[in-house]
Design a protein around this ligand. Structure first.
Ligand code: ZN
Length: 161
């Protein structure tokens, strides 16, 4: 069983791959975003990749990280947290496949700064908006300045953490 955490507006098709996170991972991401207030919070995602180093969309680990900028408007994943997450992902035979961050007062859509800073064409860029009462989580590919939304499916299974 799976459900969409929010209905996309206006999009008729999604880029691949579909991001698949467990409800536990979803809760962990949201909790870290709330913990970071009033600043933007950020973290990394690990998962398997295919033969072309493209993520399959499955998430094997969520790494809450420090925002090195300690800012309500921008984020940079702390470099030590990045190295720790990368080593852990590789020890699982996986890779880092994405990054999440919160938008405290804006919608869950990449800002111009997010697009400029998106250096990893293979990654999934997850944005959590906290601007309304209910958090909104969406995911994107950002390649060569082009934004494409990918679908997010919450998995009920608890086979991964
Ligand atoms: Zn942003």
């Amino acid at each position: 069983m799976a459900r969409h955490p929010g209905r996309p507006h206006r999009h008729v098709s999604f880029a691949s791959p579909t991001l698949r996170i467990t409800e536990r991972q979803h809760r962990r991401i949201l909790a870290h975003c709330y913990d970071g207030l009033p600043d933007e919070a950020c973290g990394l995602l690990a998962g398997p990749v295919d033969g072309r180093d493209e993520p399959t969309g499955v998430v094997s680990a969520v790494y809450p990280c420090r925002n090195a900028e300690a800012s309500a408007r921008t984020y940079t994943v702390d470099s030590r947290d990045l190295i720790t997450a990368m080593r852990d992902a590789e020890s699982r035979g996986d890779q880092l496949i994405g990054v999440f961050h919160s938008h405290t007062h804006t919608v869950a859509y990449p800002s111009p700064t997010d697009v400029e800073q998106a250096m990893e064409p293979a990654w999934l860029y997850v944005i959590v908006s906290l601007k309304d009462g209910e958090p909104v989580l969406r995911s994107y590919r950002i390649r060569a300045g082009e934004i494409a939304e990918v679908a997010v499916v919450l998995e009920r299974s608890v086979t991964s953490s």
